[in-house]
Design a protein around this ligand. Sequence first.
Ligand code: DAH
Length: 334
Amino acid sequence: MSDIDTMTSDWLSRIERAGDLQALEAERVAALGKQGAITGLLKTLGGMTPEERQVEGPRIHSLRERVLDAIAERKAVLEGAQLDRRLATETFDMSLPVSTGPQGSVHPVSQVMDELAEIFADLGFSVATGPEIEDDWHNFTALNIPESHPARAMHDTFYFPDQMSRGDGAEKKRMLLRTHTSPVQIRTMTSKAPPIYIIAPGRTYRSDSDATHTPMFHQVEGLVIDKGIHMGHLKWTLETFLKAYFERDDIVLRLRPSYFPFTEPSAEVDVGYTIQKGRRVLGGSEGWMELLGSGMVHPKVITACGLDPDEWQGSALGCGIDRLGMLKYGMDDL
Ligand code: DAH
């Protein structure tokens, strides 16, 4: 009997001395595992007489119970200590700013649009907008591109089905996705009294796609309507804008005679480059790349907007924003 009492206090103190969870598990196996001391003791019950078993059975079972309880208690203590140690080392300050994680940035097209708005704001231009779903009068007719004009075919227009046209009879207007930002010229001139100094950046659509064309792309329109406006103003505006945009004073422009139905005269604007280490670098005039279209607003366009072309003159420009972004930020595929 006193053997079992000694065993009990032995096991309880061994369990109490277990310094960590691993040591405690070793004691559990030594006492209660398949080959464990207490398991061995339980096995002796089978060889006892019923009388012996009646006395020894409860004592051995109570030894087993006390050891099991002691292990569970010690385990809780050791786990608690382990958690405390971890909490002490792993400090976590919820008030600190986030140092890693997803980081966003402005899309190059949005960035170019912001830069343009800023540069032109310094020249006294404000930003105007117009709808992307347009009617053919604003997108074409008022811009001196009548129904039969070949330029309509050149624009690869996305038209809406005929039943979505607006108005009736001679007033009927076919709806389309605007093919350029030029209809904002019309919307501005018909809603606002001159003088007008605006740029209109935005989305434009044509049924066209390859490495340098996408069905949805971006343009910026520039429009000046005032008294006594001539090509000299346009040229100065273009030079000032492009030097500010490309952040170089050595930008050289070439105005090439061209044709647009809504400007007369019209000029295509090329920007000069030099070749450095096999790469084209803007500035200088070793070669030229085409950048934008411009010209003096056609008197017919001014008349279509209800203004007197003898009183008001204007200049306009239209430029692909995606192309501006590709040139400045060195991307060669849309
Ligand atoms: N709207 C023309 C296009 O998409 C670009 C353009 C050329 C706009 C000359 C203008 C301009 O305002 O004067 O091809």
